[in-house]
Design a protein around this ligand. Structure first.
Ligand code: FES
Length: 322
């Protein structure tokens, strides 16, 4: 994992300085700080928390140029069946709107490699944009396969094809059907890193096809939590917060974060559904029941970090660095 330490991310008061409709339902916002000064650095794959309203915080990938230290850009799809975040961005934010952001934070680091296969579905193209730019700049051998409902719905598609030519394969579903994952992934390759972002069915299909690939080859980013069965450890367990010197009992149905808050231990959260990485905590002892949508199976197995907004314990006691 490459999440920033929660202590190093910061709240930034910003302003929408540009608002551009990229498709019928995707809008790109350019944000700048009021006043002068450089924005915190970020790497491809990073996201920002946008504080849209008192109880409305949403994560959006940075899709601009990391070298631009004066502005951040995000592109947001209107999701009619969403929970209000994208509707707020589309219907309320306009040029001149003030907005607090927190971050950047990165759960989707681009590791160094000679070869990359980037797979994007729909608005999942956003974190991939700075990644392909970085891969190109580094002289890597890379390919992007980008699917969407129709060409008109696929933000950035024309500029990607124009800029990178046949490294980019656009797959509008109404013309060409779904991405041919069998052709792309059936042969495991030991010198290719696969990066994928998009809707859950695409992510699940890519995970399944990459099961036989070398460990660490596949990197995914989920915007929505994976569907999980009920926790295996249904009952209560103990958590010791090593730094605070506090131990709590976490009852069934209560999150570690909430049990911690009751005992006066504040764990910063944002999504509270195991997708954003804000609450990442180091595990000192015990075995977590990982219920996040961030860690790879190898990272979960290592048991050195966990996300206490959703994860629980398989052992009777956990000791975490809080
Ligand atoms: S608060 Fe987002 S992962 Fe825990």
């Amino acid at each position: 994992m490459g999440t920033s330490e929660s202590g190093s991310v910061q709240d930034i008061e910003m302003q929408v300085v540009e608002r551009e409709a990229l498709t019928d339902d995707v809008v790109r916002l350019t944000l700048r700080v009021a006043g002068t000064g450089s924005l915190p650095e970020w790497e491809p794959g990073a996201h920002l928390d946008l504080h849209l309203d008192a109880d409305l915080v949403r994560q959006y990938s940075l899709c601009g140029d990391p070298a631009d230290r004066e502005a951040y850009q995000v592109a947001v799809l209107r999701e009619p069946s969403g929970r209000g975040g994208s509707a707020h961005v589309h219907d309320v934010l306009e040029v001149g709107s003030a907005i607090r952001v927190r971050g950047p934070r990165n759960n989707f680091d681009l590791l160094g490699a000679q070869r990359y296969l980037f797979l994007a579905g729909g608005i999942g193209i956003t974190p991939v944009l700075p990644m392909v730019a970085a891969a190109e700049k580094a002289g890597a051998d890379w390919r992007l396969v980008y699917g969407g409902r129709s060409r008109a719905s696929m933000a950035f598609v024309d500029e990607l094809v124009e800029r990178y030519g046949d490294r980019v394969t656009a797959v509008p579903q109404d013309e060409d059907g779904l991405l041919d994952l069998d052709a792309l992934l059936s042969e495991p390759q030991d010198d290719v890193l696969v990066y994928c972002c998009g809707p859950e069915p695409l992510l699940a299909a890519v995970e399944q096809r990459c099961a036989g690939w070398p460990k660490g080859a596949l990197h995914l980013e989920r915007f929505a939590p994976k569907e999980l069965a009920e926790p295996a450890a249904g009952g209560s367990f103990e958590v010791e917060f090593a730094r605070s010197g506090v131990t709590v009992t976490v009852p069934a149905g209560v999150s570690i974060v909430d049990a911690a808050a009751e005992a006066g231990v504040d764990i910063e959260t944002s999504c509270r559904e195991g997708t954003c990485g804000t609450c990442e905590s180091e595990v000192r002892a015990g075995v977590p029941e990982h219920r996040d949508s961030l860690l790879t199976p190898d990272e979960q197995e290592a048991n050195d970090v966990m996300f206490p907004c959703v994860s629980r314990a398989l052992s009777e006691k956990l000791v975490i660095e809080r």
